[in-house]
Ligand binder design. Structure first.
Ligand SMILES: Cc1cc2nc3c(=O)[nH]c(=O)nc-3n(C[C@H](O)[C@H](O)[C@H](O)COP(=O)(O)OP(=O)(O)OC[C@H]3O[C@@H](n4cnc5c(N)ncnc54)[C@H](O)[C@@H]3O)c2cc1C
Length: 528
């Protein structure tokens, strides 16, 4: 064995969207890659987002034109690569004159100077101007542009109080965030990457310019050392811990942790558009059709000190979000209507902003060699910009290893996404024909989750019974086995909250039965 044998080109720390996106891009360029995730893929921030591929209309008020433009262009690139897990969505923005800016946005300050009589209000013409920019900054081909709707007659007005007479309607996209992560991991592995879940990076030491990295299997406690030329620190909320405690670098960059929470209620309106509500405090709130029978409401911005403290949606945040949407809804809701909540922590680059809402959502990539070998630290970013972020990381890797092949991921579908955006309904109908025992909702769920991989999940089954044990809510052993064999699922939570969202429909006992089944199957596989 030569001295260089067994040295990986990249060790990626973190199996969120940024780590998995980087692993995929790097593996596709021929680099040898190991990705270590201490828990499940997407177990942290990347399954807790609002799940929008969006330009971020509100970032225009912060003059974040680079981020908005890149994100707007990226929406359609991503949509084309994953028409199963992402889809276009229309956003209804009701207008009323009381809408206000957060007081320290650059736009608000500018307007207060030139039009002091506005006193922090967001005028209709400014929203229209913002939407005009939004429509035109980012090369739209699939998504329709902005329209105005009369809420006194349009169906979208029915769920709202009668004082809202007018709304703007614009386009963005929805994405199943946790599935996006796992599909990137699968594609990375198909291109040669090694994906290790339940594997914590404990320490990394540079010797002769090569990283010696100690990994721990978090289930067995077993440790191993691997060597790598470059570390990519995609630790999300733990990015600072990795810098300080794992690679011991002298980087002075720091992360600002901002918690965002969501609440889920039973379905509050009977159309497939999302509401974009503006508050009197300058913040915004989405109310989004979710998992057919539910409505997703979010989000908040709260400082969060410690990544090891699991984020939860506090009673105050729940009340805040309920009150926020009640200022719009014809039928008010209460906290008793909440059926589920989730929270995530944004690992933002600390740009010194005064408020959590104002801190930049743009990503910052920093290469640091102060510990004796290169580590690329990732701060911030959005689900929407993960692919571009990965390209940015590869640009830094190219500086270290000239001759690296160029960009390739734009236009290359993720697993199961090799069909056109317009073909989704046809794919659902095809699947229902091939498996006549599926209900329409079941066939839709399979295509939305697995796309053209759906037949491989269902196999040769001729009836529902042919799919093996029924865990409830159309989840069967065939799907569970596939998720364990192909998508790194190890526990019931991995399946009911990340590979799917069937946790919303399954009872506690059903989830416990699923967990037992998965544990037995893992033990049987280990014994073989
Ligand atoms: C409330 C909220 C709403 C959002 N909404 C949107 C949205 O609608 N659209 C959008 O584009 N973006 C949105 N975002 C932003 C987006 O979710 C994040 O930018 C993105 O998920 C961050 O991904 P990540 O891979 O950097 O971090 P994470 O997903 O947190 O992944 C980091 C991973 O690193 C692992 N890790 C850490 N340390 C170690 C170690 N030592 N060893 C092994 N593994 C380790 C962790 O377990 C974790 O899984 C939202 C964020 C929040 C919080």
């Amino acid at each position: 064995m030569t001295a260089n044998e067994g040295i990986r080109d990249l060790l990626v720390i973190g199996g969120g969207i940024n780590g998995c996106g980087v692993a995929r891009d790097a593996a596709g360029r021929g680099l040898s890659v190991t990705l270590a995730e201490m828990s499940d893929l997407a177990s942290a921030t990347s399954s807790a987002s609002t799940k929008l591929f969006h330009g971020g209309l509100r970032y225009l008020e912060y003059f974040e034109f680079r981020l908005v433009r890149e994100s707007l262009i990226e929406r359609e690139t991503l949509l084309r690569a994953m028409p199963h897990i992402a889809w276009p969505m229309r956003f209804v923005l009701p207008y009323h004159p009381g809408m206000r800016f957060e007081s320290d946005t650059p736009t608000s300050k500018l307007l207060n100077t030139v039009m002091p009589w506005m006193r922090g209000r967001r005028p209709a013409w400014l929203i229209r101007l913002g939407l005009l920019l939004y429509d035109n900054l980012g090369g739209r081909k699939i998504l329709p542009g902005t329209t105005t709707i009369d809420l006194t007659t349009a169906p979208e007005g029915r769920a709202l109080q009668s004082r809202f007479a007018k709304a703007y309607e614009y386009s963005d996209c929805w994405v199943e965030d946790a599935r996006l992560v796992v599909l990137n991991a699968r594609d990375a592995e198909a291109r040669g990457a090694q994906i290790m879940t339940r594997t914590q990076v404990m320490s990394a030491e540079a010797k002769g310019g090569i990283w010696h990295v100690t990994l721990k299997d978090t289930r067995t406690g077993a440790a191993q050392v691997i060597r790598a030329r470059t570390i990519v620190n995609a630790g999300g909320p733990w990015v600072g811990d990795v810098i300080r405690d794992t690679v011991h670098s002298r980087s002075t960059d720091s992360v600002r942790l901002v918690r965002g929470s969501h609440i889920v209620t039973r379905r509050l309106f009977d159309h497939d558009k999302c509401y974009f509500f503006q508050g009197t405090d300058g913040r915004i709130m989405f109310a989004i059709p979710y998992e057919t029978d539910f409505t997703l409401i979010g989000t908040t911005d709260q400082e969060h000190d410690d990544p090891d403290v699991p984020p939860v949606c506090t009673p105050e945040e729940q009340t805040y979000m309920v009150d926020f949407v009640n200022a719009y809804l014809a039928q008010p809701i209460s906290v008793d209507d909440i059926v589920w909540t989730y929270s995530g922590v944004r690992p933002l680059y600390d740009d010194g902003s005064s408020s959590a809402t104002a801190a930049t959502r743009d990503y910052t990539l920093k290469i640091d060699k102060t510990a004796g070998a290169p580590v690329i630290n990732i701060f911030g970013g959005k689900i929407t910009t993960y692919r571009r972020l990965a390209e940015g990381v590869m640009d830094l890797v190219r500086d270290l290893s000239p001759g690296l092949p160029g960009k390739w991921t734009a236009g290359v579908p993720l697993p199961g996404g090799d069909f056109a955006v317009s073909e989704v309904d046809a794919k659902i109908a095809d699947l229902a024909r091939a498996y006549p025992f599926l209900s329409e909702a079941w066939a839709r769920r399979m295509i939305r989750a697995y796309g053209t991989d759906a037949p491989s999940v269902l196999g040769a089954a001729k009836s529902a019974a042919g799919l093996g044990q029924d865990f409830g809510a159309t989840l069967t052993a065939a799907e569970v086995d596939w998720l364990m064999d192909r998508e790194y699922a190890l526990t019931a939570d991995d399946i009911v909250w990340r590979r799917t969202k069937l946790g919303l429909r399954l009872a506690g006992q059903e989830i416990a039965t699923l967990d037992t089944y998965m544990q037995r199957r893992s033990i049987a596989a280990a014994a073989e």
